[in-house]
Design a protein around this ligand. Structure first.
Ligand code: PLP
Length: 421
């Protein structure tokens, strides 16, 4: 009988981590692991940091929780100002949450309420990519494009119009430029068929995460989607839950492309594994419209509590103080070179893609046809297990709907040094 009252995915019994420092973790048998995936791409500053602990303790000593409708909250105001500053004032309003799913959920609801407030209640649909991952709550799951996760819930989620994004590894168009043009044309056709005036927002990850193995978009595609949103009068929501707060070498991935969203969801790296904190960043006029219509009908008890915001602030300040973004760029180039050397050596390393310290490695049985390994060979799980055996943690994902290939993510903490990459 299972002695534990907890339930997760079925799987083998797991070791317990006894302690962690920097980019390393040690389990209770003394085995050391290099945290090559930052936990769930969240422990961006590594483990055991005194500065973050001190900031959290200082806030705990003052007060851990106050409720946002009852008291001012200085850490929340300071963190909000810092986040707005990271967008150079392009997104001026901040709504705090405790997770990535909540950040996406908040974006969807704010977009919907904005159009209700503007007298366009028919705008109730969302467009998103397949494959994609936007979270596990029903709204965020509704815009997620990954069949195995969606299947039990399709009847009860909001659903969305799912369109294909660019696939620079597998496309069969004449070249990348024509591929992007075709994908944008197909997207336009799908939106026209659905009725552009029913669309509230387009939701996408500027660089894919675990659902796509860091599949890249590009500037032309993002500019094209921005232009479609402007033409059809809907909002652009970027899901930067995973890419935000420095993961790609910019504070937000959209900054590489010069395409500004109307709403942006971020989480994971903001608390850096020390405390759950996420945020929805929004254009001021959207928020003002909603507030003037009676306020945003949304909120979670623990959202934006002082301890969460003090943690997030300590994370952002540490990154600024230490110039972490430059480290991401330098270590990212080394990691890319190392992964591409693997690709040159082993034909079954089909594709290596990503930016900053967000890299996906796709495995294929045949580099010409790009066919995946037959499921029964289980190579994929064996490689992930072997890496763990050797003391390296990577983030494996076997694609069950055949859309994104079998891949693993290599996403070490952003403070990793040259010796460890
Ligand atoms: N959006 C993206 C792009 C993610 O990668 C994730 C989590 O992996 C989420 C949303 C959901 O975040 P959370 O697990 O914190 O709810």
């Amino acid at each position: 009988m299972d002695p534990s009252p907890l339930f997760y995915q079925a799987g083998p019994a797991l070791p317990e981590i006894s302690h962690a420092q920097g980019v390393y973790l040690w389990d209770d048998t003394g085995r050391q692991y290099l945290d090559g995936c930052s936990g769930a791409i969240s422990c961006n500053l590594g483990h055991g940091r005194d500065d973050i602990r001190d900031a959290m303790l200082a806030q705990l000593d003052r007060v851990a929780f106050t409720y946002r409708t009852q008291f001012e909250n200085a850490p929340a105001v300071a963190l909000a100002k810092a986040l707005v500053g990271l967008t150079h004032g392009q997104l001026e309003k901040v709504f705090f949450v405790s997770s990535g799913s909540e950040a996406v959920e908040s974006a969807l609801k704010l977009a919907r309420q904005y159009f209700v407030a503007r007298g366009e209640p028919q705008r109730r649909r969302f467009v998103s990519l397949r494959p994609s991952y936007h979270g596990s709550t029903l709204g965020a799951l509704g815009v997620t494009g990954y069949h195995p996760l969606e299947a039990p819930f399709t009847d009860i989620t909001i659903g969305s119009l799912k369109v294909a994004g660019p696939d620079f590894y597998r496309h069969t168009d004449a070249d990348d430029t024509r591929h992007v043009a075709r994908v944008l044309a197909d997207t336009r056709t799908a939106i026209e068929a659905a009725g552009p005036d029913t669309i509230a927002a387009f939701v996408l990850e500027p660089v894919g995460g675990a659902s796509t193995g860091a599949r890249m978009l590009d500037r032309a595609y993002l500019e094209g989607i921005r232009a479609l949103c402007d033409e059809y009068g809907c909002l652009l929501i970027l899901d930067e839950v995973l890419t935000g707060i420095g993961r790609t070498g910019a504070w937000f991935a959209y900054q590489h492309y010069g395409v500004t969203p109307d709403l942006l969801a971020t989480a994971k790296g903001l608390g850096a594994g020390y405390y759950p904190v996420g945020a929805l960043l929004a254009r001021a006029d959207i928020v003002e419209t909603v507030m003037a219509s009676g306020g945003f009908q949304h909120g979670h008890t623990y959202a934006g509590n002082p301890l969460a915001c003090a943690t997030g602030l300590a994370v952002v300040e540490a990154m600024q103080r230490e110039g972490v973004l430059s480290n991401v760029a330098a270590r990212g180039r080394e990691l890319e070179a190392g992964l591409k050397a693997l690709q040159a050596r082993f034909p079954w390393v089909g594709d290596v893609r990503g930016m900053g310290l967000l890299w996906g490695v796709e495995l294929v049985a045949d580099p010409v046809t790009k066919a995946p390994f037959p499921a029964e060979h289980n190579y994929f799980a064996r490689i992930a297990a072997l890496a763990k055996e050797e003391g390296l943690l990577i983030y494996p994902r076997r694609t069950l709907d055949g859309l994104a290939g079998d891949h693993f993510l290599v996403t070490p903490p952003l403070i990793i040094d040259a010796a460890d990459t």
